[in-house]
Design a binder for this molecule. Structure first.
Ligand code: ADP
Ligand code: MG
Length: 246
């Protein structure tokens, strides 16, 4: 016995919403293809699973807050020759995330550091990982604020829920002592536990000046570089190239 409506209701009350939504279609497909009972049972389960996964990925994509849509597929390796497609592709098995390793893109403005960080981040989200993108200044401001409210620990716990945190433009502007200390706490929290994807215009020999050679500079750099993949990008700014073309 049972009507379609009754059965749909049962699925819904069991919180199997995707099956409830698409039951008519699923039944039609099963009938059209004359699938076995076992096959049909599996179709239902798989439909619910796939729909939940798609929803989770969509949520993760929104929560990543990428500032722009930068696809790796749109990256031009003929312009940017200091990194190869093969090097970038090698990262897309996401072993670096599973192993809690960092990526560091170093180079002057306009050479594609942020584009690569976002592109890799987007692929990671599609592969089911959680990523969060933050500009370094915004991040440090947030950390300082949390520290003032006595909530730094809470903030770090919240940030460390992602598999990878993108810190964009680290080192562009000097930071206060409190900011450097807060950043150090973050780096420590992530070290061998979560991955960082850092873009910076400073190579590490210049980081000392940036951190004013105080006692957190060396440990910060040390922890970022240890277990990391460093990419030194060079060449002409892509922005300038576009300017001269137009
Ligand atoms: P950076 O972060 O190194 O300053 P961006 O990644 O922001 O540079 O790149 C500047 C602009 O040029 C962006 O719009 C980016 O998408 C584009 N761009 C940079 N390099 C490339 C490239 N090799 N192929 C395609 N677009 C690029
Ligand atoms: Mg950038």
């Amino acid at each position: 016995m049972g009507t379609l409506e009754l059965t749909t209701g049962r699925y819904r009350s069991l919180r199997l919403g995707a099956i409830a939504d698409d039951l008519t279609d699923l039944l039609r497909q099963a009938e059209a293809n004359e699938v076995s009972y076992l096959m049909f049972a599996d179709m239902l389960a798989e439909h619910e699973r796939a729909s939940r996964e798609a929803r989770r990925i969509e949520l993760n994509r929104r929560q990543a807050r990428f500032p722009a849509d930068k696809r790796l597929e749109a990256f031009d390796y003929r312009h940017q020759t200091t990194i190869t497609k093969r090097q970038v592709k090698a990262l897309l098995d996401f072993a670096f995330l599973d192993n809690r390793e960092n990526l560091v893109f170093i180079g002057p403005p306009g050479v594609g550091k942020t584009h690569l960080a976002i592109g890799i981040g987007q692929h990671a989200v599609e592969a089911g990982y959680k990523v969060r993108f933050k500009n370094a200044l915004d991040l440090v401001e947030e950390l300082e604020l949390a520290e003032m409210k006595g909530e730094l620990k809470k903030k770090l716990t919240q940030l460390a829920k992602v598999d990878a945190l993108v810190i964009d433009e680290l080192g562009y502007l000097p930071m206060s002592r409190a900011a450097r200390y807060a950043l150090f706490q973050l780096i420590n929290r992530f070290y061998e536990y979560r991955s960082l994807i850092v873009t910076t215009n400073k190579d590490f020999t210049q980081w000392g000046e940036f951190f004013h050679d105080d006692n957190v500079a060396v440990p910060i750099i040390d922890r970022i570089i240890h277990h990391s993949h460093l990419y030194m990008l060079g060449g002409e700014s892509y922005r300038l190239k576009q300017k001269t073309l137009s």
